[in-house]
Structure formats: C-alpha cells, structure tokens
Design a protein around this ligand. Structure first.
Ligand code: MOS
Length: 736
C-alpha cells in the first residue's frame, strides 16, 4: 500500500491559499512594538555625528539606538561552521563599510511612528571613495581569500599542457552580475524576552537551529534559553539560510525597551541587510581532439566580497566533477574586496554560475568541432569523479541526455545558426548538462503513533516552500501503514528534535530520512506489542512475518490482523514514540562521489529587429535519485527553470558607480520572470534509487533544476542569431 512515488498534493496547500498559514510577520500580538532601521547613504567612511533629538521627541518613540548606546555584541571571526551571514555587526562602532549599513535603529509603538522618526535623524559622515567591483578590472584587483569552505584551487593532471597541445582550443571569459534573492516575504524578526530570561525569536529563517546557535554566541545567552521559530517561509532561496544583523538587533532592542519587538526589513533594505549573489568573472579554457573528446579543462573565477568577509563563490567547482578530460583539469578562485555587505548563497550557488561558463564553452566547442552538442557531452561522460577518483554512486547523465533529447525532439534541429525560423522570428535550440552537489547532513526526528490511529512527525527542519510537510507525512505514513492525511507534521521550532537547515536541496535525502528511521522505530514497538504485549494477537509469530496493512499490522500467513487503535488501547498506551537519528558520513569521506544530474533543452524565439528573446519551450531531464513525490518534485523543477530563466534573461542588481549602492532595489527596478515570460515546461525524472545517497534513495533536486538553464538559453540564442552572448543577463542591447 506504499504511496511513495504517487503524486500527492501539498498538505499545507489549503492553509496557504486560505491565508491560514502563519508567516513570521503575521504572528499576532498587540504587545509588539516596531523597529525601523535608518541606514547609511555612503559606502565608505565614518559617522562623525548623529543628532537624534527630534526623533527621540517624536510621537510614539521609545528609544533611538546608535553606535553610541547600542548594547555590545560579541564579534566572531567568520567560519563556514557558524551560521553567520556577515561578521561585521552594525551599531557597534562609527565605521561605515557599505551603503545600506544601519546607523540608527528607532523603536516606536507603531511602525509608522518609528519610520517617521527615523527621517528626523541627522547624520554627518566623513565620506571616502568606496571600493567598487568592476567586471573589467576584476582580474587585476583579485586576491587570494583567507577563508574557505572547500579548497580554492584544484589540479588533476596538467591542464595547461593538455590545452596548449590540443587540436582544438576554446578560451573565453564569461561574466554575470550581482543578483538578489527577492523573496516575496521580507526578512523579519519578532523578539520576545520572557521574565525568566528566555529569548524567543520568531524569525524568517531557513535554519532555526543555526540562528539559535549564532544568537547564543553573539548575544551571550545560553542556547537552552533561546527558542527560534519559523513554521512557514515565503521564499528564501538561500537569502535566509544564514543569520543577518537585523535578527540580533531585534533581540537587543527588545531587551532595551523591555517589550516584544518586531523588525521587518523594507524591500530596499533587503538589498543591504541580507546577502546577495556575488557577480562572477570566469575564464574557461577547453582543449579537445577533433572529435570533441576533451583533453583539458581550466576554469578560473573571481567574485567580489565585502571588506570584512572573504565569501568565495565556488563557480569553477562545476568543472571539477562534470566532464572527463584525459590530460587534466585545473580550477581556481579569487576575490575582490569591495564596500558592500557580505554576499551569500543564492540558489543554486556555485553551480548555477559555474555551469554558465563551462556549458557555454562546451557549446562553443561543439561548433568548433562540428560535433552535435548532445553527442559531445555523451562522448565526455564519465562514471568516475575526475576530482576525487571515486566512482559516482549513481550518474544517470546518459539517460538525462538521451531521454531529454528525445522528448525535446533534438533530432529535428538543424545545427547551423539562423537556420530555423517561425514567421518573422528566429528560432534557436540549445542545451546544457548539469551536476549538483549532493549534501549529507545529520538530522533527528520524532514520530509519535497515537492510539486514535493518527501520527505526529516532529523535527526542527523546514518547509522552505518546497513540500517538506507533504513528503514527511508521506514517508511516515508509508512506514506505518497510515494514509498521509492521518499524519500531522510539525517543523521549524528549536524545541523539536534538532535537524539541519533547509539549504543545499538536502531535506528529502537527510531530514526526511530521519523521519523514516523514527517511524520505523515506532513501528517496531507496535510489532513488539502485537507479538508479546497484552492479549498479543499474533503471539508466537516472528517479527519479520508481520506486515503493515491500513492503520495496523497483520500476519499475512494466518490472516490475522489488528489495528493500532486496538493494539495501543489493549496495552493501556496512548501513544508509541520513535526517535530517528540520521548521521551520514560526509560526502567527501564516503566511498562514492554523490551528485545529482540534469540535461536541459531550451527553445527560444528571437525578434531579429527588436532583439527580444522569448523562451518558447523547455525540457528538463533530471537524475535526483528516487522521486518521493512526483507532484512536488515537478513543482520544484518548474520553479528552478523559471529561476534560471530570470538569471538568463532578466536579473541584475546594478551598482551606482559613485556611491556603491545597489540602485534598482525594488521589484520595479529588479526584473524577475512573470507568467507571461514562461511557456510550457516539460519535466522528466530518469534517476533510480541511490542507496549511497540516502536511505530514501533520493538525491538533491530543487537547486539542480536551476542549474544550466542559463547556458541552455544562451546556447539557444547563439543558435537563433549567430551571436554569442557571454555576459548575463541576455538583454536586448547584447543581442542586437
Ligand atoms: Mo540554497 S541557496 O543552498 O538555500
């Protein structure tokens, strides 16, 4: 009676469309007062003086905090083991490191009162010239960063020699701009201190557990005195995966005024109070034989970072694992320090930028050698990870390429640029392949089987909007023999069993595996009762002969069964509790290399007179292991393709070259795809159960689907127009 693999609608769908889902800012409480941030208009310098008198005397104002009177926080060095988006903490000194940095925080009874009072504050600055990231000079200004999550560079074989000696050589620089996450739900924190010193943070975060840890370290409050709650997220995309200064400021402000405080960022503040995706300048070189077989790959990436944190966007990492190259592969990364807030992951970090460089270069190689782009990739496929030398756990890239191409009708494509037309439009068809890191993280979960035949799943994991509530209910119900609607799932609260953040597309494979293990423990306890409990219905049988039937257990051979309600009641129990503790070895330390894979196919139509590029249709073929719920998986893929279409054609955060500020910091200036931009999207899943990747057989899916959309579209634009655009987004002026 397993329902895994059947399409299941969202458990929280009704709540969301009826307004019943309580997002952080919606949490009611008339006791909350409101904080408003006043931020720096300069990018580099010093606050010389602040006159807050008028603000302090304005109606409803409780306090104005500046660097002079804000309680001190403990500054911590950056570590990828700490969930700190930015190490520099505002309102602690008079320095200004970036435009948009808070210089004052006003707490007022209402948000309007606080915001208005903020406009009355007069700040005098010493204004120095800011350091700004410039794509043209980036390589010259680049330095080795001091901190790192993975090795900054890699070298297998001798890539330089292999490329220099190759019959065909391709080398180009690919660039893309800063981007912002722009979730519909702004970042918001509600901070409440109880009389006993317990701090509760209702926070729009992708990691309640990490937020608790960071708040504890920076504010000096023991972890057991902090609760962090986030039941629903209105989009995160990586921007809410680390903690940002406003969360800490909200806690401090609540302490100072001795009242619960709500601090919500404005849309403009989301461009400087939380991270963004750093621009990259990447140079990719390929060497190959005349038949397109790769001999060497070299990939170098530079990204801007803040003055105080060396955030590295590991864009060249894609080239470490994607293709076999007989002579060698080398990759490297550098950063340029500029007067900005710290960058952060944005889906799909590292890979989505890196694939634009390597998969556009592969298309250029296809044209240089006359080998079909799909055939070229099949020719360079590998079962062994070139970087670590380990076999891949599963790698159905071949199936992604062949089945995706078949679904798309790739064979009907004529390879010559400008050779396909539809009325007045030029038609272009392009494709790209993708590899995405499979993350393995520990997580705990608790499953309670109740005497009424219902079950409760609990974990301090998240539903970032992707369907975690739904798949966790499904997995528990599948183990226990319940229908999914009998299972309630509680997430996003540090008082629940500790789990991992909703990042790296990891929740199905890891946090949900813990749910499966917990449900198995609860089931084993039920089986034990049926075999040896009071009036044991199947006494004398052995556990392995017991099967799960709807809402109960049975001994198939003897046609004996009992439902959970009867079983528990008979034994005087109101519930059975199972604990799950999933603790996988880290991917790098395992025997197999684990990644998910994709091949994606885009058709564009280009108006030759206006240079407007429109996506006509799109096929994505994915290997993300076993698909637990095809319906939410398909939604994931659609979301990822739309996300990648934004990267390809629309999104860019522009910098004022004088002040260093992001200038288009709202939804009218920062373009994202809307319904009219998106045609029919066709999605197929070709992966199999991957036992190395997860007990559920699943690999990461969500962010995989955002990878390689941009190069597929860029390659399609080249096919349509004969114009190779190596700078994202592909806007009209670059096509004409
Ligand atoms: Mo995703 S950018 O790893 O939250």
């Amino acid at each position: 009676m397993s329902t895994v693999g059947q399409p299941l609608s969202r458990a929280d769908g009704r709540l969301k469309v009826t307004g019943g889902a309580r997002y952080t800012a919606d949490i009611p409480g008339s006791a909350f007062v409101n904080a408003a941030i006043v931020y720096s208009t300069i990018a580099n310098g010093r606050v010389v003086s602040i006159d807050a008198t008028a603000a302090e005397n304005a109606p409803g104002v409780l306090v104005v905090l500046t660097h002079k009177n804000t309680p001190r926080m403990k500054a911590l060095p950056w570590s990828h083991l700490r969930p700190q988006g930015q190490t520099y903490l505002p309102l602690q000194d008079d320095r200004v490191h970036y435009a948009g940095q808070p210089v004052a925080l006003v707490v007022g009874t209402t948000l309007d009162q606080a915001t208005y009072a903020g406009t009355l504050i007069k700040v005098a600055y010493e204004n120095n010239v800011p350091a700004i990231f410039d794509l043209r000079t980036a390589k010259k200004d680049a330095v080795e960063p001091s901190q790192r999550m993975w090795p900054l560079s890699s070298s297998i074989g001798d890539a330089d020699k292999a490329i220099t000696g190759a019959a065909v050589q391709i080398e180009h620089t690919y660039t893309m701009p800063d981007r912002h996450h722009n979730p519909m739900e702004p970042h918001v924190t509600l901070a409440v201190w109880d009389d006993d010193g317990t701090l509760t943070l209702y926070d729009s975060t992708q990691m309640v557990v990490g937020t608790r840890k960071l708040a504890s370290q920076v504010l000096g409050v023991p972890e057991e005195k902090i609760n962090v709650v986030c039941e629903f997220l209105g989009g995160g995309f990586g921007g809410k995966s680390w903690s940002w200064p406003h969360t800490l400021l909200a806690a401090l402000a609540a302490k100072v005024v001795n009242r619960p405080v709500r601090l919500q960022l404005t849309r403009a503040q989301m461009y400087s109070m939380a991270g963004h995706q750093a621009a990259t300048v990447q140079t990719t070189a390929l060497g190959a034989d005349h038949d397109g077989k790769l001999t060497g790959i070299r990939h170098h990436s530079v990204n801007p970072t803040s003055i105080f944190d060396d955030y590295v966007e590991y864009a060249a990492m894609a080239s470490r694992h994607l293709w076999h190259a007989s002579g060698g592969i080398s990759t490297s990364h550098k950063v340029v320090r500029v007067n900005r807030n710290s960058p952060v992951v944005l889906r799909a970090p590292m890979e989505a930028q890196g694939h634009f460089a390597v998969e556009c270069a592969m298309d250029e190689l296809a044209y240089a050698t006359g080998v079909d782009p799909v055939a070229l990739r099949l020719r360079n496929d590998t079962d062994t990870d070139p970087y670590s030398g380990r076999p891949f756990s599963t790698r159905a890239l071949h199936e992604c390429l062949t089945q995706g191409a078949a679904r798309f009708g790739w064979d009907n494509r004529t390879p010559e640029p400008r050779s396909m037309r539809e009325g007045c439009y030029l038609i272009g068809q392009g494709m790209a392949a993708a590899i995405y890191t499979h993350w393995r993280w520990p997580g705990k979960a608790r499953v309670t089987l109740n005497a009424d035949g219902s079950a409760l799943v609990e974990a301090a994991a998240h539903d970032i909007g992707t369907g975690t509530y739904t798949i966790m209910a499904r997995v528990a119900s599948d183990v226990l023999g319940l229908t999914p609607d009998k299972v309630t799932v509680r997430l996003g609260d540090t008082r629940l069993p500790e789990s991992h953040p909703a990042i790296g597309s990891s929740t199905t494979a890891n946090a949900t595996a813990a749910v499966m293990l917990a449900a198995q423990v609860a089931r084993a306890k039920a089986i034990e009762l049926a075999l040896a409990g009071r009036d044991a219905p199947i006494a004398g049988a052995v556990a392995k002969d017991v099967i799960i039937v709807e809402s109960g257990l049975a001994l198939a051979k003897r046609n004996l069964n009992i439902n959970y309600a009867k079983l528990l009641t008979r034994n005087g129990l109101s519930s059975l509790v199972g604990h799950g503790d999933y603790d996988p070895v880290e991917e790098v330390n395992g025997p197999k290399a684990m990644f998910s894979f994709a091949a994606v196919f885009a058709e564009v139509r280009v108006d030759p007179d206006l240079g407007v590029v429109r996506l006509n249709r799109f096929v994505g073929a994915y290997d993300a292991g076993r698909i637990v719920n095809p319906k939410t998986a398909r939604s994931q893929a659609i979301g990822g393709i739309i996300w990648g279409t934004g990267q390809a054609l629309l999104e860019q955060s522009e910098t004022d070259p004088v002040s260093g500020q992001f200038i288009n910091r709202n939804y009218s200036g920062y373009l994202v795809p809307t319904n009219a931009d998106i045609p029919e999207l066709d999605v197929l899943f070709v992966g199999d159960f991957d036992e190395e990747a997860s007990p559920l057989g699943a690999k990461g899916l969500g962010e995989l689907t955002a990878v390689s959309v941009a190069p597929a579209i860029a390659n399609a634009v080249y096919h349509a127009t004969g114009k190779r655009v190596r700078d994202l987004p592909i806007t009209i002026e670059k096509v004409l």
